[in-house]
Design a protein around this ligand. Structure first.
Ligand SMILES: Nc1ncnc2c1ncn2[C@@H]1O[C@H](COP(=O)(O)OP(=O)(O)O)[C@@H](O)[C@H]1O
Ligand SMILES: [Mg+2]
Length: 368
């Protein structure tokens, strides 16, 4: 092919920065057993993409990052960074940097030296280093703090130093292991926005680890949900929230009402006889209804309908968080617009759900 045409063929094709292919890793336990920390994990990250690894403590998030950065070797599988297999490349030569939960800053050095560290040990000239540190400090909002010592900074400022330090060598890929978990709630939310804006501005691919679903939903282009060392689902936030493939993902990403249904001949039947179309195989399944999908007013003629008695009602400002005890489905959690009604505990309530706002999960997909 004409070389110019090859160039055209690449345009519009997203470049993959990180490929994790069937990665598996086990550890020996002190009791002499084996713990499978990662099993058959596959993740692709494109240039400029923000991908989050989301899962409970101990599910393998840190282990996965450590295999990418080179601090841990895989038992099986392969990792490619920028199209190159990195198995033989030591950690310090991979085009990757990591921001750790505890920042790992040097307390005895000032901010400038902490940030310039990666350049000091490579062969970047003094003037160039100085200019790049100033640029970085400006980028993270710490101009004027270059001479401060780490212990003279707040938690949020230390977080920014850690970011500046990780970014100064211009890695292709930045790994962030629960970088915001040491911050209090307000600062954490502010840093979520800053971090996301910074990532968009720099166009560096981020692999971000958290166990906080709100953080994952608000920050990510895509989320990989991990449990017991296995990827449960990988996709866009809305896709995972609205169409989880299993009960674990449904529950981990938000509050779920899960109703047992029986599917046969492309129709799901609820315990009270209501039916809905089902594009899944015959057998038992869960019908997922998010609390905000339930309304106090009928949204359409063919909406699903659930009657019961409010056992609890809490005003949240815009909504009422209501538990509604039903005869056939147990207690349903509903988030009802305060404009629609002001429910009181003890009150009879009818809840409605649009058919396109609910989702079916086959039963065999229930366990991770
Ligand atoms: N070096 C190690 N030796 C033995 N077990 C380990 C080691 N590192 C991690 N593990 C175990 O592997 C599992 C996954 O750990 P980790 O990746 O740190 O989880 P997460 O970061 O999701 O909390 C845990 O059960 C943990 O105890
Ligand atoms: Mg961890």
């Amino acid at each position: 092919m004409d070389p110019d045409l090859t160039k055209f063929a690449l345009i519009g094709k997203p470049q993959v920065v990180l490929e994790i292919i069937n990665a598996s890793k086990s550890f020996k336990t002190p009791e002499g057993g084996t713990l499978n920390a990662l099993t058959d994990v596959c993740v692709n990250v494109e240039a400029s993409e923000f991908v989050t690894l989301l899962g409970p403590s101990g599910c393998g998030k840190t282990t996965l990052l450590r295999t990418v950065s080179g601090f841990e070797a895989l038992d099986a599988g392969e990792i490619l960074i920028d199209g190159r297999a990195v198995t033989q490349i030591p950690a310090h030569r991979r085009p990757v940097n990591t921001v750790f939960q505890r920042y790992a800053l040097f307390p005895h050095l000032d901010v400038r030296r902490n940030v310039s560290y990666a350049l000091d040990i490579s062969r970047v000239g003094r003037e160039d280093t100085r200019r790049r540190v100033d640029e970085m400090l400006d980028l993270v909002g710490l101009s004027g703090f270059a001479a401060r010592r780490i212990n003279q900074l707040s938690g949020g400022q230390q977080q920014r130093v850690a970011l500046a330090r990780a970014l100064i060598a211009r890695p292709k890929l930045l790994l962030l292991d629960e970088p915001l978990s040491a911050l209090d709630k307000n600062l954490r939310q502010k840093m979520q926005q800053e971090l996301k804006a910074l990532q968009a501005e720099l166009g560096i691919a981020f692999v971000f680890v958290t166990h906080d679903q709100d953080e994952a939903l608000t920050m990510s282009d895509r989320i990989a949900v991990l449990a017991n060392g296995r990827i449960q689902q990988l996709g866009r936030p809305e896709e995972l929230y609205r169409h989880p493939k299993n009960v674990f993902t449904a529950d981990f990403l938000g509050e779920s009402n899960l109703l047992s249904v029986e599917v046969s001949n492309r129709a799901a039947t609820l315990a009270d006889g209501q039916r809905l179309e089902a594009a899944i195989n015959d057998g038992m399944a869960h019908l997922l209804i998010r609390p905000e999908a339930l309304t106090a007013r009928s949204p359409s003629d063919d909406a699903l309908c659930f009657s019961g008695v409010a056992s609890r009602s809490v005003y949240t400002g815009t909504d009422y968080r209501v538990d509604v005890k039903t005869e056939k489905f147990g207690t349903l959690a509903a988030l009802l617009r305060a404009d629609d009604m002001q429910p009181q505990a003890g009150q009879d309530i009818t809840l409605w759900a649009r058919r396109d706002a609910v989702h079916l999960i086959p039963e065999h997909e229930a366990a991770p």
